[in-house]
Design a protein around this ligand. Structure first.
Ligand code: ATP
Length: 365
């Protein structure tokens, strides 16, 4: 883990409520200008972690450093952090300009300069026409833009966002995701973002920390988290997944040969971290994404091919998700683009399920 020049470091951060560990030892390091998302199911400790970074919640143990400065016991307002919440938390009696200028006034900046600086950020979030309005006269998306401008106006070292787009409809959410990402890159902001929306985490982040029961289950770039998850929890939590039960017959450092019931043997990738629980003849699972499985014929050139029959299909617009039963009774999902390739298939049809060796990964239970 690189730590020199880190914008944020958490060292074994913990928060206990009596004997219950909401956060049980979180360590991570973030470089300046990186966008980190804390992703995880409800109750996994995302908000608790964020509140400790913000200084609103005292850790039970551990250390927090911002730009290498220990801040664990420093008051929230002295940490140089901008915050955006889901519920905007704007001052209802102040105009947009006054809301955005507020943090500057609190820092003793003269009124004229504060208003000019506020104006600059109001333009950055595209609200120049609304500068004189009050929050109640704005839509949800516009209010969230005001909250964003207010969090950024004093050029904080770190920006924390807790489900900032949770209250917006899908279209606006996607638009705001793009805008936040652009601002983050343009201004070189270091951001810690909390969401339980995996798509949002994958599209916006430089690093994703997947949390489970108060711990980080996996930490890495989105592509690594999605394509090469370390463990079954992460593989199952992000995206659609198939877990095919198998028995390992042989393995070397990189590959394993595994039997899928009496359907035949397949060759799959071994991961360093996945090896521990998968010694020869152990029951294990093969993890493979539905879009990496193919409905094929015996003549098609996939490394692995298993005989199967179609059980059901769900139309998704750009693709169809097929439920397919392997000859040993296990069901898998196969996502096939609707580009007119391949013969039409319907429930009851016989087919083969094929995939390339490197698209299937052996994971422990
Ligand atoms: P969500 O996505 O639902 O917001 P989260 O991942 O942000 O969830 P946290 O809010 O961090 O989860 O909560 C983590 C755990 O700590 C939960 O089980 C929660 O019930 C518990 N918890 C939070 N605050 C307290 C408290 N004041 N007293 C006792 N338990 C608490």
């Amino acid at each position: 883990m690189a730590t020199s020049g880190a914008a944020l470091q958490l060292k074994e951060l913990q928060r206990y409520y009596e004997s219950f560990g909401a956060v049980r030892g979180v360590s991570l390091s973030l470089e300046p200008g990186q966008f980190l998302t804390l992703l995880g199911p409800s109750g996994s400790g995302k908000t608790t972690t964020l509140l400790m970074i913000a200084g609103f919640l005292e850790p039970s143990a551990g250390e927090i450093l911002i730009n290498q400065r220990p801040v664990t016991h420093i008051a929230a307002h002295k940490r140089d952090i901008g915050m955006v919440f889901q519920n905007y938390a704007l001052f209802p009696h102040m105009t947009v300009t006054d809301n955005v200028a507020f943090p500057l006034k609190m820092r003793g900046i003269a009124r004229k300069e504060a208003r000019e600086q506020a104006q600059h950020f109001i333009e950055k979030v595209g609200l120049e026409r609304f500068a004189r309005r009050f929050p109640a006269q704005l839509s949800g998306g516009q209010q969230q833009r005001v909250a964003l401008a207010r969090a950024l106006v004093f050029s904080p070292s770190l920006v924390l966002m807790d489900e900032p787009l949770g209250a917006l409809d899908r279209r606006l959410r996607l638009q705001m995701q793009e805008e936040i990402k652009k601002l983050q890159v343009d201004l070189g902001l270091t951001v810690v973002y909390v969401t339980h929306d995996q798509e949002e985490a994958l599209t916006m982040s430089d690093r994703v920390a997947v949390m489970e029961n108060g711990l980080i289950a996996s930490f890495g770039p989105p592509k690594q988290i999605y394509e090469a998850p370390d463990n079954r929890f992460v593989a199952g939590f992000i995206g659609e997944s198939n877990f095919i039960q198998c028995q390992v017959r042989q393995q070397d450092q990189n590959y394993a040969l595994a039997a899928v019931g009496d359907c035949g043997d397949v060759r799959v990738l071994m991961r360093q971290s996945a090896q521990a629980g998968a010694s020869a003849s152990d029951d294990s699972v093969i993890f493979v994404r539905p879009e990496r499985l193919h409905l094929c014929t015996p003549d098609d050139h996939y490394h692995n091919k298993l005989s199967a029959s179609v059980v059901g299909e769900i139309y998704l617009g750009d693709a169809t998700l097929f439920r397919v039963r392997l000859a040993d009774g296990q069901e898998v999902r196969v996502k096939r683009p609707n580009r007119g390739i391949g013969a039409p298939l319907h429930p009851g049809d016989h087919c083969f399920v094929g995939w390339q060796t490197d698209d299937g990964v052996l994971l422990r239970h």
